[in-house]
Design a binder for this molecule. Sequence first.
Ligand code: NDP
Ligand code: ZN
Length: 363
Amino acid sequence: MLLDSNLDEAKSGKRISAKGYAVAHKSDSFKPFSFSRHPLGENDILIEILYAGICHSDIHSARSEWKEGIYPMVPGHEIAGKVVAVGAKVSKFKVGDYAGVGCMVNSCGECEACRASNEQFCENGKTIFTYDCHDCFHDNEPTFGGYSNNIVVSEKFAINVPQNAPLDKVAPLLCAGITTYSPLKFSGVKKGDKVAVAGFGGLGVMAVKYALQMGAEVYVFARNKNKESEAKKLGVTKLYDSTQNVNERFDLIISTIPTKYDPMEYVNLLKNGGEMAIVGLPPVGEAVPTDLTRLVFAANKKVYGSLIGGIKETQEMMDFSLKHEIYPETEIISIDKINEAYENLTSGKAKFRYVIDMKSLEK
Ligand code: NDP
Ligand code: ZN
């Protein structure tokens, strides 16, 4: 239960007190942390967070693997919960509704990208990420993510979730779901296409499920055979543990790999005219530079990057997932187990997605 004091704060326009788990620097472990969020604006909703997924991006960010992080840092951008207060002008939500929040909490709303609901590519550079970002709409204060008991967010950036939805399974859809759904739609995957998914973790398993739902024949590239039986159970045709000696050629390959690898090994496995969507984001400095000559000789293959998905498409993904009952493979953990989860996700011990049950924060 959200503290009554939070509701009083929301009503009286005060800052909203919050608690969660944070790291104080890139080598730190997660510890309990108290902070506050900006007051509830007229277009904002206050969400009591019930579940938060752990994305590999949280690990890259907490450890400053892409850029120097903003500390203390409360990661978490796979958020599902219940609306407990709404601003005066809110129309999309009422108190008691379920809501989700993904990787973004605001953007300019005016540029061509924002008007087309590609808020992740705001042309004015005002995409406000859910954590590890300075919020130019709120005095540049740092944003704090979902490893916490509440969040205040503009209703435009919250996703409607029906009341009967399993919220623990909904949480990872807000990043792992949209990040894999979006390139499958962008590439126009259709029945009979051969789709390969490289990296079979939290994102990878979602890519597999969506591609199967779209009628594709699906293959997986992993770095070992540990999850071969899970792949088979889902309907994957074959799991490869290497790109060597593969005779198959693919219409689309989605790479979710978060470690050092050579993307050209995958480009070379595309059919003529095939596409490779890169969503995995290895640490800066670990990326293998791509010699453009190799790309030229690979000929007529399209390689593109894909970053989450806009709010409109995220809602479409949510509705599609719930309609077809496409959910992540999850393991629920208490919040004091984040450090262990991070270890497992980097050592290869993890299966798919850890989801934090926020009730454990009360203890
Ligand atoms: P996970 O850790 O859940 O899964 C990654 C999977 O990749 C694991 O199964 C891991 O295997 C496997 N893997 C690691 N190295 C290799 C390799 N060399 N070859 C094949 N498989 C490999 O991570 P997530 O799914 O949460 O995230 C994946 C990546 O996507 C991250 O870099 C993340 O930052 C990025 N991301 C990008 C987004 C975007 O918008 N573009 C949005 C969200 C995430 P093992 O089990 O053996 O460890
Ligand atoms: Zn993510």
